[in-house]
Each structure stands twice: as C-alpha cells, then as structure tokens.
Design a protein around this ligand. Structure first.
Ligand code: BES
Ligand code: MN
Ligand code: ZN
Length: 487
C-alpha cells in the first residue's frame, strides 16, 4: 500500500481517477464556489450528510466526480480522534475489499493531527492477516492519495505517519502469528532481517551465551520448553557513537501457558500474543529504518516459551538473576518479569539515556485500565511526561500508575532476595516494583500493554500498539538532543 499526499482543492480531488473518493468534512467546512463543493454543501444543508464524526453519505457515480464511489464523511471538529472514527466509518461504508485506489480529500485545510489520524485509520481499516490462511485475502488497496489544499504544511507529519504504519503492521504480523509460526528462533530471524536496512545491526544470542551471561531468571522460564531461547540485540545507529542510546526492552514470550502454575484453558490461545512487547520493538525498528532519525536506539528481546515439562521450573524454586539478586519463583505464570529483569541488567552496558520496557505483563493492568490506555510506570517524571505526550500525539494512549515503595512489600520472602509475585491486589504495580529492583542504574519506564496489545472476541488480533507511542517518543528525543546542542 502506497500513500501519497498532494496539494489539491476539493474539486481537484474530485477529478482524480480512483475507486473511491472519501470526502472528509469538518464542522468548519465552508463550500468553495465550484460545483462539487456546492454539492457537498447542499447535502449538508439538506441534512443528508453531516459533519458529525461517524456519519456518512454514500453516493454512486455522481456526475461531478471521477470516482465510482463517493462518500461524504463527517470528521467533527477535525481532531485526531474524530478524524480516525470518520475515516473508519467512511471505509466501512464502501466495500474496502474492492478498492485499489482511494482518494481521501480534506474538504477544508487540514492539520497534522488529522493527517496522522487518517493515515492510521486507512491502514487499520484495510489490514488483513494472511500468513496462515490457505486462501489468503490480502489487502486490495494499492494507493491512497491524501488531498489537502494545505498539503505542504503537513508533509513531515505525513511521512512519519506512513513510516509508523509499516512499523505497526510488522508488529501486528508477528503478534498475530501463532506460536508455532513465531518461535523465539523465528523472532531472531525477523530481527536479523531488519538488519538488512542501513544503520541497523543485530546479534542473536542462544542458550549457551545466555548461560554465560548468568541470566538465571530468563533461563528458568525457558527450561520448561524444548524450543531454545533467544536473546535478541538490535542496534539502530543514527547518531555519533558518543550519543547515549535509548534502550527498548520487549517481552518476547512466544507462548505463555503459565508453566507449572498453568493457566485455565479458556482463551489460552491468546497467550500467543505474549510477545507483543517484542513485536513492538521490531516494529519500531522497522519505522526507524524508514525515517533514519539522528538518534541511537538499542532493542533487547528476551524470548522463550513458558511451557512445562519434566525440567520445568517449580513454584518455590530459587534462581539467581544476572544482577546477582536471587528470586523465589512462587508462581511460574509471573514469567514476564523473570525474562525482563535479566534484560534490564544487560541494558546497563549501553550506559543508556533511558530504558523503556514494553510487556504484556499483567492481567491486573487489564482490570485497571481496560483496552484503552497502556499502563505507564516510571519513577522519572520527565521520562513519564515524554512518554505520555508521545502517546497523546500518536493517539496510542497510556496512563501513569503509582510506584510507592509500599507496593513492593508483598515481594518480600524468607527464602530469597525477593519473590516474583505479591498478592492479587495492585498486581500491575507490584510487577512494576519487581522490575524497578533491576532498573536503578538509569532512567527507566515500564509500559504494561496487556490490555492494549491485542483485541479479543470477533475482532481478535494484534493492534500494533505501542509502536506509535514509541516512535513519537524516540523522535522527540532527537529534537531534544539537537536543541540542547544548538543552545
Ligand atoms: N502474560 C500474562 C499477563 C496477561 C494475562 C496478559 C492476561 C493479558 C491477559 C503474564 O505472564 C501473567 O500470566 N501474569 C500473571 C501474574 C500473576 C501470576 C501474578 C497474571 O496477570 O495473572
Ligand atoms: Mn504468565
Ligand atoms: Zn506472560
């Protein structure tokens, strides 16, 4: 799918050849003098079309447009949220599986937020997962032309939004693949493939190297499976070596059965999504490859299955993490923090400016925040603020949660430096407190994406979140660095 942005008025957009013309009308719309604009104005005036987001009027072969299908779609106040729902509704009102060429025309001058939102909504509305279907129905859409009279003003945002789509779609692809098509080895290969892009390199460690590093917590999770673990190290070098990198750490549990503390059967299939943190790191690197910003980023992915066999780790077992701290594994289903803690220790060697881990970590976070916002945890106010703002910009929302030390009380045990679980209450926070014990050497934040990384039910599938948030955040660090040096 190819996106293009052109400076076209509404009447010029209407004379573009395409399968569907989606006319986006905001509350502020004032029709120009030409016939097509007058038609849109008339439809609004007569109450057949509405500027309210989500309302659509579909026309077939109207004389004044080149397209066979024309949809007049309300986008309300033109905000990101309303544009997103307006574009989604417009696409839903035509058979998007029949479209090859679509024109999205902003009836009035548009904004960065609206451009960003419409690119994301077109991608979202036409996505199709094909990898494991024998008769695949791939996306038919080939070209999407965004037409806006003030297109030039939105060019940089547009390019960023298009690059984010390719990252989001890579994250969706890996998230959606079933666990037998997305093993730790496969994830390692996906990371190696990214290293074909300029400025990206990749190293994949196996069981021997990980043992040598002393990653006892990570190894404890992996030992219950026949599938060998992988520790993936991705590097994006867009700035001088002297520039401290941001490290992203993605939880890469390719299937989480719970281990000996086994999960109940219903919905267990959804634990193939337990590597969506890892997928978001891969997706973010895909976007970096396209945008080539002047920053340095490291991606770390501890990846294994959480299964159970005769060698599986047992409740009560004590293991030694790479940090030297010992952990009593009271619940083998709290495995995400076990693989992440060793990756957080490994991150120290990069002397990072910040470390952000991304994990489908707790069911408790789903209870707390549902499927709208990811949980954000950080003792560093500036880092939390930057991530929160990035989420708002990308419309990939998160919400800051507390980290009071009292929440760590439940992790105390007589038999090791800490246990891997506390009580049920505040479970997303005690998980974050556990991670914090391994992240005291650099500014650190944790994103719990258990509720946001995928959708359940009829629309089951990975969302590609939080690639948008991560990319906006990382690009923000580039401008912060350049303003710092220019001062
Ligand atoms: N991957 C799960 C978290 C999860 C559960 C995400 C359901 C999305 C939906 C994680 O490894 C896990 O099992 N966490 C446990 C922790 C508990 C044992 C303290 C949980 O949330 O139940
Ligand atoms: Mn688990
Ligand atoms: Zn898990």
């Amino acid at each position: 799918m190819n996106f293009e942005l052109k400076p076209l008025s509404l009447v010029e957009a209407a004379s573009e050849k395409c399968d569907a013309l989606l006319v986006l009308v905001a509350d502020a719309y004032k029709p120009a003098k030409d016939g097509f604009s007058a038609l849109v104005g008339r439809a609004l005036k007569d109450g057949d079309a509405h500027t309210k987001a989500g309302k659509t009027l579909a026309l077939y072969k109207p004389a004044l447009a080149q397209a066979a299908r024309v949809v007049i779609a309300g986008v309300g106040d033109g905000s990101a949220k309303q544009v997103r729902s307006g574009v989604a509704a417009a696409l839903a009102s035509v058979r998007s599986d029949k479209l090859k060429h679509v024109v999205l025309a902003f009836a009035s001058p548009t904004s960065d937020a609206a451009v960003r939102a419409s690119v994301a909504a077109v991608a979202e509305g036409t996505y199709s997962f094909t990898t494991t279907k024998s008769k695949s129905e791939p996306r038919t859409l080939q070209t999407v032309l965004l037409a806006a009279s003030n297109a030039a003003e939105c060019k940089a945002t547009f390019e960023r939004a298009v690059a984010i789509v390719s990252g989001v779609e890579l994250a969706k692809e890996w998230g959606n693949r079933p666990a037998n098509h997305a093993t730790p080895t496969h994830l390692g290969q996906a990371a190696q493939a990214l290293a074909k892009h300029a400025k990206i390199s990749c190293e994949v460690l196996g069981p021997k190297e990980v043992a040598k590093l002393g990653m006892g917590a990570f190894m404890a999770v992996a030992q219950g499976s026949d599938e060998p673990l992988r520790f993936i190290v991705l590097k994006y070098s867009g700035a001088a070596k002297s520039v401290a990198p941001t490290v992203l750490v993605g939880k890469g549990i390719t299937f989480d059965s719970g281990g000996i503390s086994i999960k109940p059967a219903p919905e267990m299939d959804e634990m193939k999504f337990d590597m969506c943190g890892a997928a978001s790191v891969l997706g973010t690197f895909r976007t970096l490859a396209e945008l080539k910003p002047a920053i340095n980023v490291i991606g770390l992915i501890p990846s294994c299955e959480n299964l159970l066999n005769g060698r599986a780790v047992k409740p009560g077992d004590v293991v030694t993490s790479m940090s030297g701290q010992t952990i009593e594994i009271l619940n083998t289903d709290a495995e995400g923090r076990l693989v992440l803690c060793d990756a957080l220790t490994y991150a120290e060697r990069f002397k990072p400016r910040a470390v952000v881990d991304i994990a489908t970590l707790t069911g408790a976070c789903v209870v707390a925040l549902g499927n709208v916002r990811s949980g954000l945890f950080s003792p560093n106010a500036a880092l939390a603020e930057a991530l929160g703002t990035a989420g708002d910009v990308a419309q990939d929302l998160c919400w800051q949660m507390p980290l009071d030390d009292e929440y760590a009380e439940g992790l105390k045990t007589h038999f090791a430096d800490m246990a891997n679980v506390a009580g049920r209450a505040g479970g997303a926070i005690s998980a974050a407190k556990y991670l914090q014990k391994f992240a005291d050497k650099y500014p650190w934040a944790h994103l719990d994406i258990a509720g946001t990384a995928w959708k359940s039910g009829a629309m089951k599938g990975a969302t590609g979140r939080p690639v948008g948030l991560l990319v906006e955040y990382l690009l923000g660090t580039a401008s912060a660095a350049s303003t710092a040096t220019s001062k």
